[in-house]
Design a protein around this ligand. Structure first.
Ligand code: MSP
Length: 555
């Protein structure tokens, strides 16, 4: 099919453009504060795909918000207290702090290696955290949200979690995580008056659909709330590796209370108003989103908001509890020994490159209610289809043609659009879809919209046949417009993919120029400047697949 060129007047005059720029600058000056968090990871576990995944989802979102011009604080870190750490350390014959130091460092290294752009790596053994947790728990006691009482219940030693009789029976008195028997346990403890917040929590989940996502998790929580809330013990006396209870030091503060509070101690909210830390960071609370997997949604969507209500603090805007990475249809667990562990992840990363792995995690990961299967064959397929054949190919074809026909100098679009192929409108439509998807934390949909722009370029090239136009001098204007539109579409797609693939898109930026400003500004058609020089780019080399362990496939 031959494309017929039609002429249209440009839509955006210089004055409109200047006004748009001025308003964007104003927006940036009032940049809204945003706060994104990952769970803080247990130091007695080795990092694996699950930790990397949650952190990379939160990272893509934090990068997206920064690209919007928001003032983002992105928090991650390690959860270091509790019986399990004390026991693991004893088994290894080292002090709990030493074990925590070593393993916390491993997590920090992993986050750096996967380009997680955190602003702070908090540790629950940080002096500032411990001090503030004590202040906050004291405050809870002063407000009578915490009292001393006796408790008897079913205890999951692995998870350090108590279950009600109903729930324990439903689980056959076995830990849903480790499968080990729960034990009957009785202690004198400090309790948090969770029951007092029943009405407020019911209302929170009933009225605010956005508080806990995806909706499957919300429905579960509404059902669990319907079973009735008991007060929960928030101190322990059977071990010492923790933060002592203020004014009663034989008790240590329950690890989950200690851990949840990291989200506000990082911002200084447990210090008084004179604190410099608080003055600087208070603006980030409430959190824009706490990202995690589904197994800890109870703590984040029930216990945590109740604690905040008791402290008279605003609630986070959103708690997102995604699904699990699984393997061959089965849960990854220590007993099955089927974790995609860090060594395995690193082999995939070394072979395909960091951004390709981040892309795979983003598009195939369990962002919603369902679990996702990790599969080496899918890594290979996604890499070859989306990155090599689609993105890599379009970018190299387009930049090669611009180099061949224009010595690398970007031609002028003029006012030519191609019939049925208004690339501006097509790109704009996907930009809107993509930004909305990022906003909703739906990374697969965000990536799909960007990819649609790229597949459009491929089709557009097939249909308009710029290589034929190049042979006909009378078609020079059309060739100009065609190649401009290809590269401009690709530039916009690259801007959209930046939160997921920051390093590759930096290569794109070095070769073509992604433009300056916020993501809204940079995804406006026309950002690619005629007259600038572009390099021929080959972003993703063709590669062989790997086996499930990340080793080269045997012939
Ligand atoms: N320390 C607590 C969290 C306290 S937050 C105040 C904890 N730590 S953890 O090390 O077990 O990390 C749990 C988190 O790791 C999950 O919520 C999820 O973010 C991530 N993942 C662990 N395994 C996972 C999968 N198999 N799949 C996806 N993510 C998973 O719980």
């Amino acid at each position: 099919m031959r494309a017929r060129a039609t002429r249209r007047a440009t839509t955006l005059g210089t004055r409109t453009r200047t006004r748009a720029r001025a308003s964007a600058t104003r927006e940036r000056a009032n940049a809204s504060a945003a706060f994104v968090t990952t769970p803080i990871y247990y130091v007695n576990d080795q990092p694996h795909i699950g930790h990397v995944y949650t952190s990379s989802v939160a990272d893509a979102y934090a990068r997206y918000l920064r690209a919007k011009g928001a003032d983002v604080f992105f928090l991650t870190g390690t959860d270091e207290h509790g019986l399990k750490v004390e026991q693991s350390a004893a088994k290894r014959g080292v002090g709990a702090k030493q074990l925590a130091d070593e393993n916390s460092e491993k997590f920090r290294e992993v986050m750096k290696a996967y380009d997680i752009s955190f602003d702070m790596f908090i540790r629950t053994t940080d002096e500032a955290h411990e001090r503030q947790v004590k202040n906050l728990v004291k405050e809870l006691r002063d407000r009578d949200a915490v009292y001393l009482g006796r408790f008897e219940g079913w205890y999951d030693e692995g998870q350090e979690e108590y279950y009600t009789e109903t729930k324990a029976k439903e689980l056959d008195y076995k830990s849903p995580i480790s499968g080990k028997d729960m034990v009957r346990s009785s202690e004198e403890n400090y309790y948090f008056r969770l029951s007092k917040f029943q009405g407020a929590l019911d209302a929170l989940h009933a009225e605010n659909k956005e508080f806990l996502t995806p909706s499957t998790r919300r429905n579960e929580m509404i059902q669990r709330l319907g079973e009735g809330l008991n007060d929960v013990p928030i101190s322990r006396t059977n071990f010492t590796w923790g933060i002592p209870m203020p004014n009663d030091e034989k008790h240590v503060i329950y690890v989950w209370i200690d851990a949840l509070m990291n989200y506000i101690t990082a911002l200084g909210l447990g210090d008084d108003k004179t604190s410099a830390l608080r003055a600087e960071r208070e603006k980030y609370w409430p959190a824009s989103v706490h990202v995690m997997a589904k197994e800890i949604s109870w703590f984040h969507s029930v216990i945590w908001p109740a604690l905040l209500m008791a402290l008279d603090l605003p609630l986070p805007h959103r708690v997102h509890a995604h699904g699990f990475w699984i393997r061959e249809g089965r849960k990854m667990s220590k007993s099955l020994g089927n974790f995609v562990d860090l060594a395995c992840m690193n082999r995939f990363k070394a072979h395909y490159g960091l951004d390709a792995i981040r892309y795979y995690l983003a598009v195939e990961g369990p962002i919603g209610a369902n679990d996702a299967n990790f599969s080496a064959a899918r890594v290979q397929e996604v890499y070859s289809t989306d990155l090599v054949n689609t993105m890599g190919n379009s970018v190299s074809r387009t930049t090669a043609m611009i180099n061949k026909y224009y010595d690398g100098v970007v031609p002028n679009e003029g006012d030519i659009k191609f019939e049925n192929w208004n690339m501006t409108e097509r790109a704009n439509e996907q930009v809107q879809l993509c930004l909305a998807a990022y906003e909703a934390l739906d990374l697969p949909r965000a990536a799909a919209a960007a990819k649609k722009i790229i597949t459009d370029v491929d089709l557009f090239i097939t249909i308009t046949e710029p290589f034929r136009m190049a042979k006909d001098d009378s078609k020079r204007d059309q060739l100009n417009a065609c190649l401009y539109q290809c590269l401009e579409s690709l530039r916009i797609a690259a801007v959209l993919l930046e939160p997921i693939m920051p390093t590759k898109m930096a290569e794109f930026d070095a070769g073509v120029g992604l433009g300056k400003g916020t993501i809204d500004e940079r995804t406006k058609w026309g950002g690619l400047k005629p007259g600038t020089t572009v390099q021929k780019l080959a972003l993703f080399p063709r590669l062989e697949g790997l086996d499930e362990n990340g080793e080269p496939l045997k012939a």
